[in-house]
Design a protein around this ligand. Structure first.
Ligand code: ATP
Ligand code: MG
Length: 379
């Protein structure tokens, strides 16, 4: 270990969302101070940090102010302009690097990078103009999904396509922005690997997580998974290879599809802690956010072993009706740990919180998790 940054130091966080908030909480628990740079005046992380610099991500004066006060800086948001990180890198310690972030910001660049490592992705075609559409059937077989290449999240900017005609109209409705057309994989399962990689290249994975998405948004995560050890080990190996290929430092995640044919297919990389790693907050010795602090500060990784089977359920704005959800219902179950992010407005599809259910088995945790979820929805 070289020169670890120790408690009492000040860490910087670019982005003020829930991932930033949970980083701030972990860092403060360990005795660090945190300064958040985020343009929204009332963000979940900004309101609990020691200081909130309310500014745009490309505001050089604000970035200078952040760098002047921070011993190291990280991010919670993959769409921070990589020039912002490049600017900060000249002034202080920054992880992940601007180059690692840049490789994950465009779906075409990301898929080309994953393929270059010999790891399978869904067959895809890059689409930058209408002429590219005419030849897509040389690369993919329908049905497919057209996804905008940059700034997509939680299934936003995605259109299912049954034929080339659908691709033309979807490309049109996306304003002819650069896209990727992905072949639709017949999914048996979806899993993710959240891991931490240190400055000296040591990789510490968390237990593999099994994910269920509804309408393109994560609904639940279960650990341990129901996939075989062989598939699980393959996913971890591939995630390790991706982290090393990016020379990544910090906590990151790789989402995988397990096809009906039993292939492991990398879907996407998250250069930050991940929603499917929220189970670690209550069910692992070390959370993905504590691990992010440890990696940023060049400390050794914490123990990632699982304390208990767990199911995490996301709480989207959809469960807010005319009144707030029935929290008493959630909190009356002693096995449930509730996490609310403190967002001011509950919009449909917006991630507002989550809860973890710890039980003797995943199936028991899932039963309790879904029972509670069905009673939660307000009118
Ligand atoms: P997030 O950032 O929240 O993960 P996203 O907008 O980046 O979301 P994707 O991960 O690309 O979205 O897709 C969301 C979900 O849609 C996937 O987890 C999967 O359930 C489904 N999906 C996406 N692409 C494919 C595909 N090629 N084949 C089958 N299902 C897919
Ligand atoms: Mg995804």
């Amino acid at each position: 270990m070289n020169n670890p940054i120790l408690p009492g130091s000040t860490l910087g966080m670019l982005g003020g969302g829930q991932l930033g908030k949970m980083f701030v909480t972990a860092a403060q628990t360990m005795g660090y101070k945190v300064i958040v740079l985020e343009p929204d005046a009332k963000s979940p992380a900004g309101v609990i940090a020691e200081q909130h610099i309310c500014a745009a991500y490309d505001d050089k004066d604000a970035l200078q102010l952040l760098a002047d006060q921070c011993d190291a800086i990280t991010t919670e948001f993959e769409n921070i302009p990589s020039e912002t990180l490049a600017f900060l890198e000249k002034l202080t310690i920054v992880h992940p690097s601007s180059t690692a972030l840049a490789s994950t910001q465009n779906r075409n660049v990301e898929k080309a990078f994953i393929s270059s490592l010999g790891i399978a992705t869904a067959p895809y075609a890059k689409i930058t103009n209408k002429d590219d559409i005419a030849t897509v059937e040389q690369k993919i077989t329908f049905p497919a999904i057209l996804k905008v290449a940059t700034f997509g999240y939680d299934g936003k900017g995605q259109f299912p396509c049954e034929s080339i005609t659908d691709v033309y109209s979807a490309f049109d409705s996306l304003g002819e922005k650069e896209c990727v057309l992905e072949q639709k994989i017949r999914l048996a399962k979806e899993v993710s690997v959240v891991l931490a990689r240190s400055q000296s290249g040591d990789v510490t994975p968390f237990p593999v997580a099994e994910n269920v998405h509804i309408n393109g948004i994560l609904h639940s995560t279960s650990v341990p998974t129901s996939i075989s050890n062989t598939l699980s080990e393959l996913a971890v190996q591939q995630a390790h290879k991706i982290a090393a290929g990016l020379d990544y430092v910090g906590t990151m995640a790789v989402e995988f599809f397990i096809s009906e044919e039993g292939e492991v297919i990398a879907n996407e990389i998250a250069p930050r802690p991940h929603n499917s790693g929220h189970y670690t907050l209550d069910a692992c010795h070390t959370s993905q956010f504590e691990q992010q602090v440890r990696m940023l500060c060049d400390l050794s990784a914490g123990n990632t072993s699982l304390i208990s089977p767990v199911v995490m359920i996301n709480l989207l704005g959809d469960v807010w009706g005319k009144t707030v959800p029935n929290w008493q219902e959630v909190l009356s179950n002693p096995n449930i740990k509730l996490h609310l992010y403190g967002k001011h407005e509950a919009r449909k599809g917006r991630k507002m919180g989550h809860y973890n259910v710890l039980a003797e088995s995943v199936s028991q945790a899932m039963t309790e998790a879904e029972q509670t979820f069905s009673k939660l929805k307000a009118d």
